[in-house]
Structure formats: C-alpha cells, structure tokens
Design a protein around this ligand. Structure first.
Ligand code: ZN
Ligand code: ZN
Length: 132
C-alpha cells in the first residue's frame, strides 16, 4: 500500500516539475527516474485516478495523440517542438473569435495547435540558421 502511494506521488511530482502536457511514455520515463519500479500498468492506473479526481485532464494532440495536463489552468494553447517532440503550454490566446468567424456563425470554442522548434532546440540544433 505504501509503495503504491510512493509511485503515485512520484507521478504527481513529474507533472509538477515538468509543468507541461505529457504522454504516457513520458510519464513512465520521468517517473522511473524517481521510482525505478514504476511500470506501465501503474502509470495507466494512476492516470485514470488523477482523471477521476479532476487533477489531470486529457486532450488529443494532432501529432502526439493523447496527452495529459494539470487542471485549473486558464485558457491556453500548445506548442509542439518537432525536434525534441515536447509540447509546451502557451499562456493566453491571440485569437479574436469574432474576427475569425464568418457572418452568421457563432463560435463556441476553439483549439489551436502550434508547432515548430522550441527555444532550447533552436539555440542548440539550428545555430546559425537565420530564418528561425
Ligand atoms: Zn525542442
Ligand atoms: Zn484560444
């Protein structure tokens, strides 16, 4: 019983420390750095509990598929880095729904996914390329 709690806490730590949306494999990898005995079944089981508790929310990313993130954040969008394949949160929203919507349509929600190269990858990998 105590061991399960430890693994669950390790998974919460992963979300708190990385502070970005994560897929199952990433949760497993980062969780194992904290608790080496962590396995895929436990990750799935705890993610399910976190969803039921309302601590995590699930969304579908067009490139990576199912990702999980902490609840309670303001409206925001996601940036996918094609080099490190991480997804980052972009706080706020630059879309004016009224301007983006044709006459006669009523927008009730929207999703925007941005992709490209993140700050750390653009400084390491693309050094010297001026178009980025
Ligand atoms: Zn990157
Ligand atoms: Zn938005």
């Amino acid at each position: 019983m105590k061991r399960k709690t430890t693994q669950k806490e390790a998974m919460r730590d992963v979300f708190r420390q990385l502070d970005r949306p994560l897929g199952i494999e990433e949760i497993l990898k980062a969780g194992r750095e904290r608790v080496p005995a962590l396995n895929l079944a436990t990750v799935y089981r705890n993610v399910k509990l976190f969803l039921e508790e309302g601590w995590l929310v699930r969304f579908n990313h067009p490139t990576l598929g199912t990702l999980y993130e902490r609840t309670g954040k303001d409206h925001h969008h996601h940036f996918y880095c094609r080099i490190c394949e991480r997804v980052f949160e972009l706080p706020g929203c630059a879309l004016n729904e009224k301007q983006a919507t044709p006459e006669g349509f009523v927008t009730e929600s929207h999703e925007i996914f941005l992709s490209g190269v993140c700050m750390s990858c653009s400084s390491h990998v693309l050094e010297g390329q001026c178009e980025v």
